[in-house]
Design a protein around this ligand. Structure first.
Ligand code: MN3
Length: 297
């Protein structure tokens, strides 16, 4: 059997079109992408823990859980990166180089966004420090790894809330509201996995920090739809054993936990417009047509 990743060309939710660029808030959002507790960290922790899992045949529900959540995290990385991209787009002015169209960027928190990436996301934190493999914890001890993952999701929640408190930007808040709900699912999943292995009710610690998702309007709507009780099974045929862990009453006491086959309906991946002053993409479609015409002559 081949082992593959299947990519679907849509985001896990639909993001609203921003009215104005918001590059300093985008710099803050970078923490949720490439920071110690960002989505790149959850992704790579769960990927490596699943690649490295010993005895997965005997401990299938735990292997399936980590592998399946890791798959969802890849979509979270794209969602945060897309948020950053949308917040940076349109800030560069148009005009010839001698008019200094990028001059406004000299006053920004992160000039790298406009020098290195043509106003798009970086695998780095809010201070521009690159994401590093040092953020990956894969000890091989299942209980310790699950405990670490619970801690990682708790730190991720704390940072999401702090970035939410930094910005009213509607794109950032839409993304954070959804990821607070999904991160809550993952915290609960690791807590439940630990409980089945140790008998300790880790869900009693929830939520960390002590504030309910219902305090955030952008999270409340997903909870009203029951998204906080759902674990998506992100494989056509595999990871069915997650239902041995993801079952029973929801910790909030508002229904039953549920495994849903397949991804959420989601939304379109926005098409980022060209940024001429950044020479991005730097290819003129008309010129391309001319080259194609010459090549096929
Ligand atoms: Mn996540």
């Amino acid at each position: 059997m081949s082992r593959v990743f299947l990519r679907l060309e849509r985001l896990q939710i639909e993001l609203p079109q921003p009215r104005d660029p918001d590059p300093n808030a985008a710099a803050a959002v970078q923490e949720l992408l490439g920071g110690r507790f960002g989505e790149m960290s959850t992704l790579m922790n769960y990927l490596y823990q699943s690649f490295n899992f010993r005895g997965r045949d005997k401990l299938k529900p735990y292997y399936d859980l980590i592998a399946n959540i890791g798959t969802e995290e890849l979509g979270h990385v794209e969602l945060v990166a897309t948020t950053v991209n949308m917040m940076l787009t349109g800030y560069a002015r148009q005009g010839a180089p001698e008019t200094a169209p990028l001059a406004p960027a000299t006053h920004l928190r992160n000039t790298h966004h406009f020098i290195a990436t043509a106003a798009t996301a970086m695998p780095a934190n809010s201070m521009g420090q690159p994401w590093t493999g040092d953020y990956v914890f894969s000890s091989g001890n299942l209980i310790l790894d699950l405990l670490h993952n619970f801690f990682l999701e708790s730190g991720a929640r704390l940072h999401k809330i702090r970035v939410y408190e930094m910005t009213r930007n509607p794109v950032a808040r839409e993304m954070i509201g959804y990821l607070l709900v999904r991160g809550g699912v993952h915290m609960t999943a690791y807590a439940k996995a630990l409980e089945t292995l140790t008998g300790v009710d880790v869900t009693r610690f929830l939520p960390i920090p002590r504030i309910e998702n219902a305090q955030f309007p952008e999270a409340r709507k997903w909870e009203a739809m029951g998204v906080h009780r759902v674990l998506y099974r992100l494989s056509p045929d595999d990871y069915r054993a997650i239902s041995y862990i993801w079952r029973g009453p929801a910790p909030g006491g508002d229904g039953e936990l549920q495994v849903v086959d397949g991804p959420p309906a989601g939304g379109p991946v926005p098409v980022l417009p060209e940024e001429p002053a950044e020479f991005a993409p730097g290819v003129d479609p008309l010129e391309l047509a001319e080259i194609a015409r010459r090549l096929t002559r």
